[in-house]
Write a protein that binds this ligand. Structure first.
Ligand code: C2O
Ligand code: CU
Length: 644
């Protein structure tokens, strides 16, 4: 009897101690968990959160602010050494932020952005371009060195004054050299109470997702390599992919010449509340990578394409080219407690894979209303040092697609319909191409037709067109073709004169075996046809295609991807006077010359739009003259005269 009692007692004791251990364990988990969860997701998340995630309240305040608010914005451009993905490198940042400050304003507002260039090198002038804004009647604010202005010299300042006449998702970036991919870019979101998709009614909150390829070397270092024999003409392939300026690096797989900090490495996570709808504004700010974006178990309802509002179009994934933006509405209706957001760099666009290369990136969207297993997830994090994981798997149709092409033109229909695209007044055909020449030691150069763009020194084309500077007064620029200043313009330029108001049709034949995302300044365009063909020679435009153009409310956007060995046809009404750049948005192609310009009704531009200060910046640039020249490969004589 007593034995049995004792046995029972021991059993109770055992149960009791087991219970204690469990309680302690749970307590330890809970207590231990708070700071861990905090550290892993919340802290890092909220750091981006404040800048990237606009609450309903923030947006409401923007809507309700008095009419025509003037935003006084102060920017300092500096060299900064930071480790966005754990790997330290020098970058070029605005106010030390990466990505740069997100501007949120409403249609009708004015931005007054004072830019102070505090970059160390005297050769590093800077500029800001507001990608997607038409700058109607304000060409001089478009921010393209050599085209609309001279760079803001180091040590100097300049104020961009911008009238916000459009709404949607835009971005800003430096248009000087490779500063954009060294970190000098950020978002610009313009709200309009009259938009088709309204906060509060159509979505609960919005999240800005900036996707971005990332290099562990500077833009200049990569450029040097690209132009050298070692590259064989292959573009530098990014080392990482970042979301909102953050990324994960496995420090064990990093060459020892880099300093890698495990503690700051990691991707930001996002939070959804069950039953809510979110608007994700997604930007691909990459130098090179086309990115395939998807969220497990969630449908993307596309509502905006490069600031054009479109009829809702549902898809499992979108492929985004450098420069492009999409807004999608996502309904938080999953039964998973957390799911993966996926961003894959399209491998087929790259011609080699560097050491440690990876193309698939995932981060987590967590549902904030926790299910019962929440604590276990927390424990797993703590025990295994796992950042965070989800149980979801990708949509089965997401991964295989590996071509560098845009969302199908035919499925995107603008909300503000244009039922009949006007007939063209002029039709031009151009061919972008990357070319290498023996004479240039096989260094790759970007061409449009026969011209590889190089900005003139101290003589931007807008100033030349307005007779404010004579190209004969400027420094002769060494050009790839060997030609020096053209008859009218300094440097090597392809400028097409357009009468104000003309409808221009542009046929872009891509003879390269890689895609080129082309961006037009000052206008958006209708996309009438996009054609990709993998067999060389048969992807070119032919006259019989005219009958198959999409002319009934085609999509309007500002970046179109021309598939490899294919073509695209776009049309736009050139109703905005100015010198407007048209170029490939791949940093390597743009920096090596894949750019042309449209001179639209320049005779109707007022000379007085060019201020004393702008002219002064050009005078400083001309003063630096040959010091700004980088000898082209094969220009040994010039190199000698430079060092002399
Ligand atoms: Cu986003 Cu000329 O560029
Ligand atoms: Cu290109």
């Amino acid at each position: 009897m007593s034995f049995r009692l004792a046995g029972n007692g021991r059993f109770v004791l055992l149960l009791f101690s087991l219970h204690c251990v469990t309680v302690l364990f749970v307590l330890w988990t809970l207590i231990g968990d708070i700071p861990i969860v905090h550290y892993v997701s919340r802290t890092r998340h909220s750091a981006t959160d404040r800048r990237m995630q606009a609450t309903a309240k923030t947006i409401q305040e923007i809507y309700e602010a008095g009419s025509r608010k003037i935003h006084h914005i102060n920017w300092h451009v500096r060299n900064e050494t930071i480790a966005p993905d754990g790997v330290m490198r020098e970058m070029i940042l605005v106010n030390g932020e990466f990505p740069g400050p997100t501007i949120r304003a409403k249609k009708g507002d004015v931005l007054q952005i004072h830019v102070q260039n505090d970059l160390a090198a005297f050769t590093q002038s800077t500029s800001i371009h507001f990608h997607g804004l038409f700058q109607r009647g304000m060409n001089e604010m478009d921010g393209v060195p050599g085209v609309t202005q001279c760079g803001i010299p180091s040590g100097q300042d300049f104020s961009y004054v911008i009238d916000l006449k459009q709404s949607g998702t835009f971005w800003w970036h430096s248009h000087s050299r490779l500063q954009r991919i060294d970190g000098m870019f950020g978002g610009l979101i313009v709200y309009d109470p009259e938009e088709a998709y309204v906060l509060g009614r159509d979505y609960y909150e919005e999240i800005f997702v900036v996707l971005h390829d990332h290099y562990h070397n500077s833009g200049d270092a990569n450029m040097e390599w690209y132009l050298s024999k070692e590259s064989s003409g292959f573009e530098p392939v990014p080392n990482n992919l970042l979301i909102n300026g953050q990324g994960f690096t496995d420090c064990d797989r990093i060459l020892s010449r880099y300093s890698c900090k495990r503690s700051v490495s990691g991707l930001p996570t996002f939070q959804f509340e069950h039953g809510r709808k979110y608007r994700l504004r997604i930007l691909n700010a990459s130098a090179f990578a086309e990115i395939n974006f998807s969220i497990d178990d969630h449908i993307l309802n596309v509502i905006e394409v490069d600031s054009t509002e479109v009829e809702e179009f549902s898809t499992h994934s979108i492929v985004i080219s450098p420069g492009q933006r999409y807004s999608v509405i996502v309904e938080a209706d999953s039964n998973f407690q957390s799911v993966y957001m996926r961003a894959n760099m399209q491998n087929s666009c790259f011609r080699y894979r560097p050491y440690g290369y990876r193309s698939n990136y995932t981060t987590v969207i967590e549902y904030t209303s926790p299910l019962e297993t929440a604590g276990v997830t927390g424990l797993a994090r703590r025990l295994f040092g796992q950042p965070i994981s989800a149980q979801s798997s990708p949509w089965s149709d997401v991964l295989p697609k590996e071509e560098c092409v845009d969302l199908d033109v035919v499925s995107l229909k603008p909300k503000t319909a244009v039922p009949n695209v006007p007939e063209p007044d002029v039709r031009y055909s151009i061919s972008p191409k990357t070319m290498q020449f023996d004479k240039r030691h096989l260094a790759p150069f970007g061409f449009i037709n026969r011209t590889s763009f190089l900005p003139a020194i101290g003589a931007p084309n807008l100033h030349v067109a307005l007779n404010l500077i004579n190209t004969s007064d400027t420094v002769p620029v060494p050009t790839v073709s060997g030609r020096q200043n053209t008859a009218i313009w300094g440097g090597d330029q392809l400028v097409t004169q357009i009468h104000l108001g003309s409808v221009v049709e542009l046929i872009i034949n891509n003879d390269d075996d890689s895609a080129h995302p082309f961006h037009l300044h000052g206008h958006d365009f209708w996309i009438l046809r996009v054609y990709g063909e993998t067999n060389a020679g048969i992807g070119k435009w032919r006259p019989e295609y005219i009958s198959s153009y999409v002319l009934d409310n085609p999509i309007r956007r500002d970046v179109v991807t021309i598939p490899r060995l294919g073509h695209a046809v776009i049309r736009f009404r050139a109703d905005n006077p100015g010198m407007w750049a048209f170029h490939c948005h791949i940093a390597w192609h743009l920096a090596t010359g894949m750019m042309m310009q449209f001179a639209v009704g320049v005779d109707s531009i007022d000379q007085n739009t060019i201020t004393e200060q702008m002219l002064e910046h050009c005078a400083i640039e001309r003063g630096l003259g040959t010091k700004l020249l980088r000898p082209l490969p094969g220009d040994e004589i010039r190199k000698d005269s430079r060092t002399a």
